[in-house]
Design a protein around this ligand. Structure first.
Ligand SMILES: [Zn+2]
Length: 203
């Protein structure tokens, strides 16, 4: 787990149902530092909202609620979902490549932890539709985002197998996946994964 922990009173300890979905949100606070504004909003008991993770436009990551606890981000869906927020001041603010990459990394960590769970936009959930939600919205490049998650997951699956080999364990630290990926790519064991640049022109 990466990212800084920030306290919030707005969550329920534990879960009443198994995790089925990751719900993707964007903050839409209208501030030019919506990352900090959202951290403060989640810390405020008046807001009655939180999420598990928030990703800033520059890739910084804030954590609020443990995966095993229930964040308050999508009403009736809360008990069986993980909340992933992306900083986005307004519906017309583009997401950044680094931000999407960080979010994809978080999603594949959750996929590895919870198994086969769906990733859905808040705007496409029954609660979101009912509440008129439009996040993460038209600038969120789903195909690019899913491509990043799957590419990364495939790489991790290969590494999970290769990690069993003592020679590789001896060669790199167990937890240093970045170094391990780079070495395996260097030796041609893994392909170098390339992804398309996201559209950042606001089209
Ligand atoms: Zn939302």
């Amino acid at each position: 787990m990466t990212g800084c922990w920030h306290p919030t009173p707005n969550f329920t300890k534990g879960r009443t149902q198994a995790v089925h979905w990751i719900i993707v949100h964007s903050t839409r606070g209208g501030s030019n530092d919506d990352y900090t504004a959202t951290i403060n909003w989640f810390a405020n008991p008046v807001s009655q909202v939180s999420s598990h993770v928030l990703i800033a436009r520059d890739g910084r990551e804030a954590r609020f609620v443990a995966d095993e606890d229930t964040a308050w981000h999508a009403g009736a869906h809360n008990p069986y979902t993980l909340g992933l927020e992306f900083e986005q001041a307004t519906a017309d603010t583009p997401f950044t490549d680094g931000q999407l990459a960080k979010g994809a990394e978080q999603c594949h960590n959750w996929l590895e932890k919870f198994g086969d769970i769906a990733i859905v936009g808040h705007e496409n959930t029954p609660q979101g539709i009912q509440g008129g939600k439009s996040d993460p919205g038209y600038l969120f490049d789903w195909s690019h985002f899913m491509e990043m998650i799957m590419a990364d997951t495939e790489a991790r699956q290969s590494i999970a197998i290769l990690k069993q080999q003592e020679s590789l364990k001896a060669a790199v630290g167990d937890n240093d996946m970045g170094v391990l990926i780079a070495r395996l790519q260097y030796f041609g064991v893994l392909p170098v994964v390339t992804v398309k640049k996201p559209k950042l022109d606001g089209t």
